[in-house]
Write a protein that binds this ligand. Structure first.
Ligand code: PLP
Length: 402
């Protein structure tokens, strides 16, 4: 076997997840005792809720360590329906618990796509959508808005219709709302209009609502319309990773899907994971069954205000509004073509991101990971002092571009 044949052609094209690479970069700088203002990885911090800690401990004590139902523990599936307020719309057989929302997405692609079926993504797709679709032998396509707006990248039904005319093999449209990385929020009418297009064309509308509790300034999260017409085409993706503190590593996510697709996902999961780890399922039951602690939401809203204030006047940068999530999205296209103090020409947002990191320890995620070169994503789920100092360091560094 030749060296290039040792890894499959498909996998040899894969790069490590951008966001996890950022985590390593920040750790490396910390190890070298260099300054780090870490806006890279999208992960909430702070203390794990006491009740979740205790539930996890109890799970081991009470020996919840055997295999669970491959679809997930029935109590957790019921709790998910209550958490979503959808107990009257679905039964527990429509809920499949997985090892994180990533696996729920992969299950979705594997369950419904034949090789080369097209999957349509929104204009700034989250980093792992494309690799997961490709791993499922599907063909990912990014839907671009025909009319470009100043401060959002939202698509409208006509954009989706245009793509569907060109792609008769489209199987699904995936909308992440609120959006990672742009932080934009599609409103109720916009969501319903895109859902209607999917139903009309008999393709799935996959709604990744992973940040749905983190919607600011009194806005309401747009629930998808669930009725007899939409139910066969609607798949919702959600999980534990973003709406709580420090829970990404529990690796619990879920999909809520129509009967046939749910069954296909469970069959699949019964062969490759037998369901997620039982102790963290027990912890998740507690987390989503108790009244939702608004503390994280309120803290993130205050940090959103802080980063918006501290980033005012950022050289060569337009900072977009953040109505939801914990991301600040920066348009840095005005930096392209400029030179750094040591003479390097900036030609992409990768270069801006690298320059900010190496010159001042400001870690950001480049838009290229989200198919949007010219932009940066900054996660502000980080201490206040890091935001204040990090914004000052970024202003200083970007101000030196000529
Ligand atoms: N969907 C979106 C939009 C995300 O931002 C992420 C994680 O960052 C995921 C899915 C995957 O979540 P999980 O960590 O639960 O697998």
């Amino acid at each position: 076997m030749e060296p290039h044949e040792r890894i499959s052609a498909k996998m040899s094209k894969f790069r490590p997840s951008l966001t996890l690479a950022l985590k390593r970069l920040a750790e490396e700088r910390r190890r070298q005792k260099l300054p780090v203002y870490d806006f890279g990885l999208g992960e909430t911090k702070g203390e794990l809720h006491e009740a979740i800690k205790q539930a996890g401990e109890r799970a081991f004590h009470e020996q919840h360590t055997m295999y669970s139902d491959p679809a997930g523990m029935p109590e957790l599936r019921q709790a998910v329906l209550k958490w979503l307020g959808q107990e009257n719309a679905y039964g527990i057989d429509n809920v499949i618990i997985s090892s994180g929302a990533k696996q729920s997405l992969f299950n979705t692609f594997l369950a419904i796509c034949n090789p080369a079926d097209c999957v349509l993504f929104d204009s700034a797709p989250w980093v792992s959508y494309q690799p997961l679709a490709v791993a499922a032998y599907a063909f990912p396509v990014q839907v671009i808005p025909r009319e470009r707006h100043e401060q959002d990248l939202k698509i409208v039904p006509e954009d989706l219709e245009r793509n569907l005319r060109m792609r008769p093999h489209a199987k699904l449209f995936l909308l992440n709302n609120p959006v990672n990385p742009t932080a934009q929020l599609y409103d109720q009418d916009e969501v319903n209009a895109l859902l209607d297009v999917c139903v009309k064309h008999r393709i799935y509308f996959v709604y990744d609502r992973l940040y749905w509790r983190l919607v600011f300034d009194g806005r309401k999260f747009p629930e998808p319309r669930i009725d007899d017409r939409t139910r066969p085409w609607l798949i919702q993706i959600d999980g534990m990773s973003k709406n709580f503190r420090r829970t990404g590593g529990l690796r619990i996510g879920w999909a809520v899907a129509p009967d046939d697709t749910a069954k296909a996902m469970v069959n699949l999961q019964s062969h490759y994971t037998s369901g997620p780890a039982t102790p963290t399922q027990v912890a998740a039951i507690t987390a989503i069954s108790q009244p939702y602690d608004q503390g994280l939401h309120d803290e993130l809203q205050a940090l959103r205000d802080l980063i918006q204030k501290e980033s005012e006047g950022m050289p060569h940068t337009r900072v977009w509004p953040t109505p939801a999530t914990f991301y600040s999205f920066w348009d840095v296209r005005a930096c392209l073509g400029k030179r750094t103090p040591d003479g390097k020409t900036i030609s992409s947002s990768d270069d801006v991101s690298e320059y900010l990191c190496t010159s001042s320890g400001v870690i950001t995620a480049s838009g290229t990971g989200f198919m949007q070169d010219g932009y940066l994503r900054l996660s502000f789920a980080t201490p206040r002092e890091d935001i204040v100092q990090g914004m000052a360091a970024a202003k200083d560094a970007l101000g030196k571009l000529r």
